[in-house]
Design a protein around this ligand. Sequence first.
Ligand code: NAI
Length: 478
Amino acid sequence: MSFDYKVADLSLAEFGRKEIRLAEHEMPGLMATRAEYGASQPLKGAKIMGSLHMTVQTAVLIETLVALGAEVRWVSCNIFSTQDHAAAAAVVGPNGTPDNPQGVPVYAWKGETLEEYWWCTEQALTWPGGEGPNMILDDGGDATMLVHKGAEFEKAGAVPSPSEDDAEEFKVFLSLLKKSVAADPQKWTRVASRIKGVTEETTTGVHRLYEMHRDGKLLFPAINVNDSVTKSKFDNKYGIRHSLPDGIMRATDVLIGGKIALVAGYGDVGKGSADALRGQGARVVVTEIDPINALQAAMDGYEVARVEDYIETADIFITTTGNFDIFTADHMKRMKHQAIVGNVGHFDNEIDMAGLEKTPGIKKTEIKPQVHEYAFPDGHTILVLSEGRLLNLGNATGHPSFVMSNSFTNQTIAQIELFTKSAEYPLDVYTLPKLLDEKVARLHLDALGVRLTELTKEQAAYIGVDVAGPYKPDHYRY
Ligand code: NAI
């Protein structure tokens, strides 16, 4: 078998394979899904383009999709999040060797430029022979955006030129589209027409999907995987509780205990972040714009204040909002010496990196990759992690396997749903039925030694549910 791919170094595959083997044991949901569906091959004929952090855990997801019959091409959805050994192992595959790779085409390496990032995304969306995928598995919506914007500009007859105010990322994106539409003026229209649907991993990507649908621009149905309870209430919360302190520690080795840590946003990611930092002994301050979340934070025992209140006293600033300009260049100028600034939302504009870089007299020093010291003209410095991008993936290895098994089992089930039952999913954005959400949780109980109580028939009738579930109405919030 020969195929195109681009990763850092295939000789890392053996290390990647060892870590995949360990991860498989920690991903009981995915392994049970392989056992349940391996024989029936529900994804036979599926051509899945995946844009999701190319980590060890993602390699287990990729190999699950392949075990269910899919053809897969993959990229990372972030320029720093690829684990090069995982990417190599995914290309080599369980039965291949670096000289004879037999896995899947991956286009991802740690430390891509923005140009390379969008090049990789286009490669993964282009099957040999010029055909596109028939399914997308997305994280943050970049692959979905490329297909949609491409088709939109083709219909309009021109790709717009970027304006001065556009973010660097968007400028690079437009320039890639310009080239690709010039080479093949109907490429994205064709690609879009073949796609049966997309399953979206994260809050930010899900926002984009609902907006596109509201504006009548969505071109194919979508399943919002993020809002499966076993995704957002687990990965976003317990995943970040593990990977945020891991990232801060690997990046800086600064003792978190006793420090003042400000967490912007108290949604699922904010809750996990605040909990982790408090667990390390930090004095945690939360900022919120939503009175409900602000009240929750206060009742969980956090001080709730504004960024301005702590700008000169906090030691660690973490943004988790999915919004932009949370820490502005002006804020950063006023932070104390060696304050640590990091983002665990989705895009780098949560921190005004562009504004920081343009600050008159600013001096940037690389301490090590993904850790930069910015010195202001008065001599004081701040430390910015992962150049303002997801630090838990850029400075550490992202969320651990067990929690990602929940997320990725939802992803696999969502791919099967959309691919095999297209007729039941007309154009819209869906969440998975609660029974499937409960199934994902169930698959993870034995590994933790959980003994679930079984309802009696009488109890089930008394609370108005089926003995086998679902146990809660759709409006229940957990
Ligand atoms: P969420 O919607 O539950 O929480 C975001 C919170 O930020 C909301 O409560 C909102 O009211 C608040 N917020 C918005 N603007 C604000 C502002 N200016 N100041 C203070 N608070 C503000 O979303 P969730 O699930 O917590 O996700 C947040 C972000 O994290 C998203 O971009 C998501 O894609 C990303 N994410 C990152 C992960 C990672 O591994 N780093 C994992 C999962 C999600």
